[in-house]
Design a protein around this ligand. Sequence first.
Ligand SMILES: Nc1ncnc2c1ncn2[C@@H]1O[C@H](COP(=O)(O)OP(=O)(O)OP(=O)(O)O)[C@@H](O)[C@H]1O
Ligand SMILES: [Mg+2]
Length: 508
Amino acid sequence: MNGQDARFRLMFERSADAILLLDTEANLFVEYNQAALDMLRCSREELSALHPSVLSPSTQPDGASSFTKANEMIATAMRNGSHRFEWIHRSPHREDFPVEVLLTPLPLGDVPIIVVVWRDITERLRSEEALRQAQRLESLAVLAGGIAHDFNNLLAAMTGHLQAVRDLAKDAVVVEHVTQVEHAVGRAASLTRQLLAYGGHGTVAKEPVDLGELVREIVDLLRISLPPGVQVACTLGDGLALVEADRGQLQQVIMNLVTNAGEAMGTSDGSITVRVVGRSLSEDDVQRDFLGQGLRPGSVVCLEVADTGVGMSPEVQARIFEPFFSTKASGRGLGLSALRGIVRAHHGGVHLQSAPARGTTFRVALPASGLTRVEAGPRPARRARGQGTVLVVDDEVSVRRSLSLMLRSLGFDVMEADSGERALELYAEHGRSIAWVLMDVTMPRMDGHATFLELRRRDPAVTVVLCSGWAEEELLQRFADQPPSAVVAKPFAVAELLAVLERLGKVG
Ligand SMILES: Nc1ncnc2c1ncn2[C@@H]1O[C@H](COP(=O)(O)OP(=O)(O)OP(=O)(O)O)[C@@H](O)[C@H]1O
Ligand SMILES: [Mg+2]
């Protein structure tokens, strides 16, 4: 081999793209470089024995037969001097993978040779898809947020007029109908609030939060609500950085992930692993896992929730962050949408890995604040100082569960009632040991206000905090003649509830 040949040989061997010479008459690869072997994960001997047709699945993504289509591509290359196209390849040693192919017939010698160049585009397609997905969610969020905002104003108008009808109504039947409408309007209001959070318009009250500690508190409580066959393990890194975050919203993130993981087990046994670790993300890491989200490279605190449940197909994965997308009979499809909005409002990112029957791992990364627990000094003075038992009254089990969780994390014991009637029964029985009552306004039959009035009648000293999807001013106005101890607008952050409880002297 002369010097020039040797140089070309070296260029061929060292190319990052796979280069193969195809003898179209014998239909065999007569030459190939190291990149071709790497891409197919084959040895030289193995590839020399492989017929080119086994390197493709039987059909391509457009449904065409690979065999027919390959012949068409070769014919086009012959006609035009070269041809570039995308193709799915198959190898016995890896999953099918996408490549960009360039075919160039070599007009030398008597053997009809085509130079085949393959460039693996797995990464490129993946990041294009991630970007498309992020943009789609972004526009959905803008749309949902915009509608929710206008919708909220309409609901406010309805509330006002309903109040007027209630004041004018002389007939008990009319009042009952008005109550039902108010109930529906209240639910619509709390739904729009969640959509506002998804659109990134939710209020965020940020403070330095130790994510590991938050996880420890919540997971212990969530364990109780999971089926007994589901094991939960927690791994929390040491000396984790704090994150600047809204505690209540982060609780919601953890709760949504762990609840979904539990639900993914169905009736089978399984395990959930929750990890909190500190990591440093490079530009590449962000490009790969968090493309198109608000996360920047640098130090992050990662919350990982892995389950051994049913897993998800790529089709389901593509839609899980859409509001109202759910595969569950009981699901509303707002859990992960709210999570996405919250993560975005915190300039974080979310990434998942899942396959049917292979379980799911969600990873939420939040920027580290640069403070660690020690540097942050004594923990904020306003944590977990509740004492005594709280009676939580709400007809919706998911709301009751999250309220109970919040209260337990503050140090309270909790008793739950699913209706006004049940609340009165429990209060009659345990009134002495109940420190205060947290109650939803809108419940079927006996609503929160009526229940509150009855409780007050029986025990003038009872402390009742009413909560509702209504705005706080509306609540205050509505209960002006017989005000409860306090009102809070749902959904509320721990900080808001704490402020109310401090005012009432219910936390020490
Ligand atoms: N850990 C998981 N394993 C398998 N599928 C999951 C998991 N987490 C989410 N999913 C899928 O994503 C969908 C959307 O989840 P999301 O939490 O937003 O709504 P949901 O759980 O159906 O209803 P809800 O509003 O009550 O949370 C689920 O219906 C389910 O198909
Ligand atoms: Mg859910």
